[in-house]
Ligand binder design. Structure first.
Ligand code: SF4
Ligand code: SF4
Length: 127
């Protein structure tokens, strides 16, 4: 991955419409059973090479709902096999993870700690 959607998702569908690689599943298809939208980490490319920043977070009306996750690479395989948080596509089961693109300018220190992808505008930016 990449990015992850938390429980503050209001299931508005905006993110799924924006994703360039159709990595986002709606709440009815969320393979973890959680009643919120779900980013498939094995598909998300953090919008690298397509947009300047993650479009799902840019459009999401629930600011803070989408946070930086670990890069989807073999190094973090253990992280992405946590049941209840992720459910890798059936086709990937039993296979080594195939590294996915991620934003190298987002350091590991900002990932996996629920840091928002979309920041609230500071007062100086409003208006
Ligand atoms: S960061 Fe980009 S590729 Fe990843 S889920 Fe969001 S819109 Fe899709
Ligand atoms: S845009 Fe945000 S609130 Fe709407 S479905 Fe996606 S994650 Fe949930």
């Amino acid at each position: 991955m990449a990015v992850i959607i938390d429980e503050s998702c209001i299931t508005c569908d905006a993110c799924a419409q924006q994703c360039p690689v159709n990595a986002i599943l709606d709440d009815a298809l969320n393979p973890t059973g959680n009643k919120r939208y779900y980013v498939q980490p094995e598909k998300c490319i953090e919008c690298v090479g397509v947009f300047d920043d993650p479009q799902c977070a840019a459009i999401c009306p629930s600011i803070g709902c989408i946070t930086w996750d670990m890069p989807f690479t073999q190094e973090f395989e253990e992280h992405f096999t946590q049941a209840g948080v992720y459910a890798l596509a059936k086709a990937k089961e039993g296979k080594t993870l195939r590294d996915q693109k991620f934003r190298a300018d987002i350091p590991l220190s900002r990932r996996g700690i629920k840091e928002k992808v979309q920041q609230e505008p500071s007062e100086g930016e409003i208006g």
